[in-house]
Design a protein around this ligand. Structure first.
Ligand SMILES: [Fe+2]
Length: 294
């Protein structure tokens, strides 16, 4: 049986906009020039840039929701279907599962929700981040997980943060673990395949680690465990947060994709295909990392 259009899905992966409409305009021009016409845009958080500690401020939330609406309107000129998770620099209101504001008519907030996108493919999402940590030695130039000092917090988490004054890496990850339990049954009960959208990446994927004066380990162990628990149905995890750790990684056999920050002119495209000849499973056909370096 030959494949038809219904057996394929094409996503544009855009993350860490941080309020830059200028970079979105460059993205729009690139997509027009190269005839990139996605079925969906997956937007992976940090849409705007609220400083740590102000994400709960009501006037700031209202102002930033309007900014997000404008940014989504730009993205919708590429494709009207946006599915997103909020990041740690986005308004607290976007993390409210029961009463999250509608940003634009078509956009879908996937934080702690699930959404059947096509046939038997389920999307689940979790926004925000936990604390990121560094290594024991200042001059540690290689990624060595045994050398991590979980007391060395380099970035605080949001909303996954146990304390503003003395944040704890393990505790912030445990709060995320509890939230992952809220989407566990959706994945468990689903018969087909699953794609996971998150802002933070999984702990052991290279797409969650980067260098910024010190080595930074920003990934979540709870997310690792969640992916591995359902590795027979989860075909991929797309995430953002780490601007410079763009590209592809793996957790066991699950493919991990971090398109990098559109703020740094990085994004990705992801093609999924359904194997109609044998097992009818969805699989990743192609990932393309695009870096618009001047
Ligand atoms: Fe982030």
């Amino acid at each position: 049986m030959s494949s038809n259009k219904d057996d394929k899905l094409f996503f544009l992966l855009v993350s860490d906009i941080h309020g830059s409409s200028a970079k979105l305009n460059q993205l729009i021009a690139y997509c027009q020039k190269n005839s990139i016409k996605p079925d969906y845009i997956l937007c992976l958080g940090d849409i705007v840039s609220i400083p740590q500690g102000s994400q709960d401020n009501k006037p700031i939330c209202e102002e930033k929701q309007k900014e997000i609406k404008n940014l989504f309107s730009l993205l919708e000129s590429i494709c009207p279907n946006i599915i997103y998770v909020p990041g740690n620099h986005d308004p607290q209101t976007l993390f409210k599962v029961e009463e999250s504001p509608k940003i634009t008519e078509n956009s879908i907030n996937l934080h702690l929700r699930s959404h059947i996108i096509k046939d038997d493919l389920l999307l689940v999402g979790v926004g925000g981040c936990i604390c990121a940590v560094s290594s024991k030695e200042e001059k540690d130039f290689c990624h060595s997980y045994h050398n991590i000092d979980t007391k060395k917090i380099v970035w605080p988490g949001y909303p996954y943060l146990d304390s503003n004054d003395s944040p704890d890496y393990e505790k912030s990850d445990e709060i995320l673990r509890k939230d992952l339990n809220k989407i566990d049954s959706a994945v468990d009960n689903h018969k087909g395949n699953v794609l996971v959208l998150s802002h933070v990446g999984p702990f052991t994927s290279n797409t969650s680690n980067e260098f910024e004066d010190v080595l930074i380990y920003a990934g979540s162990r709870a997310l690792n465990d969640f992916l591995i628990k359902y590795e027979n149905k989860i075909i991929g995890n797309v995430h953002g947060h780490n601007h410079d750790a763009h590209g592809m990684g793996k957790v066991h056999k699950i493919k991990i994709f971090n398109p990098g920050a559109i703020l740094s002119k990085r994004f990705g495209t992801l093609s999924l295909v359904k194997n109609t000849e044998s097992n009818y499973n969805w699989k990743v056909e192609k990932y393309e990392q695009i870096n618009l370096i001047e």
